[in-house]
Design a protein around this ligand. Structure first.
Ligand code: ARG
Length: 468
């Protein structure tokens, strides 16, 4: 910073009554939020419209003042929309930028807008409206992503792939079943956002600075006009609560974590030793040095964006920790993490939906690996239980010895002769081969929620109908 003090600009026109001079340059820089909170202009103007209409309905301002305010706000909205509006750092934030311009346009009626209102309830309202809009947009995107997954599930309800635990081949499953696992996750993610939306849908407007107001305002009217279920019951809570934003970011972090798991799988599946899926040119990039490369960058970035989304949650949790009631300027730091979370998750959902629509499973490779690694060993153990009446724990042990025998012979389970199997368990018959194929294994998994192709097809169809 230069040693010479910056010349004092004029005191703030909106709150500078008791100030002889303006803020230091660095004060303005740390204080101003207009650089990022201008994104809330629609919410800010919607709140002011509802407030002005209510003030007139209650006889607190005249109808002529209200009309002048509404006309002025319409002009401000049109100018912001067209790019003609100049956002001024001296006017600190979106609330004062809109109000100061309104006063320039409308004069004294504009000066009456802030009656019975404070920037504290105003910002509380704007952020709440913004988060509510973000939740609604993310819900539409999540549903689209689910539709993409369901379409793959319907196409590949019977396509075998290896199912993994510990990333070791465990049992055969179908690719459709795997897709539907993510549909279930996204359905829960939407449920978390819906819960958050229901809890946040109370209106803080009218709490004023913190204690309410002496004007005969009608908080129920403004709450209803802005689509809220009711006004918030405690004015102190109304201006200081940001837990709904924390909840929003926690739901987003959970959703991002779920998406990152699919993204990671796509990265693995794309790798040459696996080649379970291919992505087209539309969702891959090349290498500047290795001409043969096809990199799953979109999947990697979905995986990585989870980091910033988690960071945003921790950032706001940390800002709010120990913050005394009611409003503190600290809370201005809520916006960038909230916006970044909404933007990042929107990108992740769009990229995931795009990749899922784009990806082509490599049916042969997945079929081949579905039968590797003694993947039908559990089917063999189940056969020993069902046909020979062995207790499961005993059957598990017998199967383990058969796996060891196959491994020693360098074959899969079906490569053992009946005689070789009978050396381990004399009552085994040739009927056992009927359960050792991948297809038999898949078809047998008919328990509710299991991977049998008929069940997967039915679940996929049910989801398609639910999603419309
Ligand atoms: N820009 C501020 C924020 O985002 C608005 C509220 C300012 N209130 C105040 N009393 N200075 O939190």
């Amino acid at each position: 910073m230069p040693d010479t003090p910056s010349p004092s600009p004029a005191a703030n026109a909106l709150w500078g009554g008791r100030f002889a001079a303006g803020p230091a340059a660095i004060m303005q820089e740390i204080n101003a939020s207009i650089g990022f909170d201008q994104r809330m202009w629609r919410q800010d103007i919607a709140g002011s419209r509802a407030h002005a209409a209510m003030l007139a309905a209650q006889g607190i301002i005249t109808e002529a003042d209200r009309d002048a305010i509404l006309d002025g706000l319409a002009q401000v909205a049109a100018d912001i929309e067209s790019g003609a509006f100049t956002f001024a750092t001296e006017r600190e934030d979106i609330h004062m930028n809109v109000e100061a311009r309104l006063i320039e346009l409308a004069g004294d009626p504009g000066r009456r807008l802030h009656t019975g209102r404070s920037r504290n309830d105003q910002v509380a309202l704007d952020v709440r409206l913004w988060v509510r809009d973000a939740i609604d947009a993310l819900d539409v995107q999540s549903a689209d992503c689910m539709r993409a997954l369901v379409a793959q599930a319907e196409a590949h309800a019977a396509t075998p792939m290896p199912g993994f635990t510990h990333l070791q081949i465990a049992q055969p499953i179908t690719f459709g079943h795997h897709m539907l696992a993510f549909v279930e996750m996204l359905a829960r993610d939407r449920g978390r956002f819906a819960d958050c939306r229901a809890r946040l849908n109370e209106c803080p407007l009218g709490a004023a600075a913190l204690a309410g107001t002496s004007f005969p305002i009608d908080r129920h009217a403004t709450a209803a006009a802005l689509g809220f279920d009711r006004p918030m019951a405690n004015s102190l809570d109304a201006v200081s609560a940001r837990d709904y934003a924390i909840e929003f970011m926690a739901a987003a972090a959970t959703c991002a974590a779920n998406l990152s798991r699919l993204a990671e799988e796509i990265v693995i599946w794309m790798s040459a030793p696996w080649r379970f899926v291919t992505l087209s040119d539309a969702f891959t990039t090349g290498s500047s040095i290795m001409p043969q490369k096809r990199n799953p960058d979109a999947a990697e970035l979905v995986r990585a964006k989870t980091g910033r989304i988690n960071g945003n949650l921790v950032a706001l949790l940390t800002v709010m920790k120990g913050l005394p009631l009611t409003y503190g300027k600290d809370m201005q730091e809520d916006k960038e993490p909230i916006f970044d979370t909404a933007d990042s998750l929107a990108l992740c959902l769009a990229a995931t939906a795009g990749m899922v629509r784009d990806l082509r499973p490599n049916v042969e490779a997945m079929r081949r690996w579905a039968g590797e690694g003694f993947a039908t060993a559990t089917d063999l153990a189940d056969w020993l239980v069902r046909v020979l009446g062995l207790p499961f724990r005993t059957a598990h042990h017998v199967t383990g010895r058969l796996v060891a025998a196959a491994e020693a012979k360098g074959t899969d389970l079906a490569g053992l002769t009946v005689a070789e199997m009978q050396a381990v368990e004399p009552r085994i018959t040739a009927d056992v081969y009927s359960v050792l194929t991948v297809e038999a294994s898949l078809a047998s998994r008919v328990s509710y929620g299991g991977t049998a192709p008929a069940q997967v097809a039915a679940q996929a169809q049910a989801w398609r109908e639910r999603l419309g």
